[in-house]
Design a binder for this molecule. Structure first.
Ligand SMILES: [Zn+2]
Length: 196
């Protein structure tokens, strides 16, 4: 049974929304808030996330109430195209860990009429733009940059500063391994680290 009128289905506007920011900035919360609203509006919603993000073992992203949003781990961006065939609103969490093909995948979905909401880290712990997020910001219809609070001075944070010594880019966030810092406090921290 078609839920939407034929006209609405045909003219359903696809779009790409990006929610980016540092760790602890509430990216996933904002993604889930938008997905829940879509679900209340009786849209078919699903969140995809890279399978290497194993911090949360549960399959469902939210399960505190009836607005549980199904979440599917994917190995590559192309899997999203295959799995999202019947979805109105596609959420993609931790998108910085997915491959560069995600840009084309999001465009294809939006051109099909799908609303795509992408959440991800804009920069890695060195302040370098992360994975497909910069390109996604460029092609998005709407970009929302969310901010954590700098743990040193209380200003809006700019970057996730890594506290443990490890140069590997994909180090999944245990909260005690990173701290959100503003630009000024990050610069000072980098200077301190150089002295060591
Ligand atoms: Zn600061």
């Amino acid at each position: 049974m078609e839920r939407h009128s034929e006209g609405w289905e045909m003219h359903r506007p696809g779009r790409i929304e990006v929610v980016c920011g540092s760790m602890f900035s509430g990216k996933t919360e904002e993604l889930i808030r938008r997905m829940k609203r879509a679900k209340f509006a009786r849209q078919r919603v699903e969140i995809f996330k890279p399978s290497l993000d194993t911090r949360y073992s549960e399959v469902d992203v939210v399960s505190h109430d009836k607005t549980t949003i199904p979440s599917t781990p994917v190995d590559s961006s192309s899997s999203i195209l295959l799995l999202a065939s019947d979805i109105d609103v596609v959420g993609i969490d931790e998108a910085q860990f997915l491959d560069g093909g995600l840009v084309d995948v999001c465009n294809q979905l939006a051109n099909r009429g799908v609303r795509v909401i992408v959440a991800g880290l804009d920069m890695d712990f060195k302040g370098v733009p992360f994975g497909p997020i910069p390109a996604l910001c460029a092609i998005a219809d709407e970009v929302t940059k969310v901010h954590a609070i700098c743990v040193k001075c209380g200003a809006l944070a700019y970057v996730s500063h890594r506290l443990v010594e490890n140069d590997k880019r994909v180090l999944l966030g245990e909260t005690n391994e990173y701290e959100p810092l503003c630009r000024d406090c990050y610069r000072k921290a980098m200077e301190e680290e150089k002295k060591r």
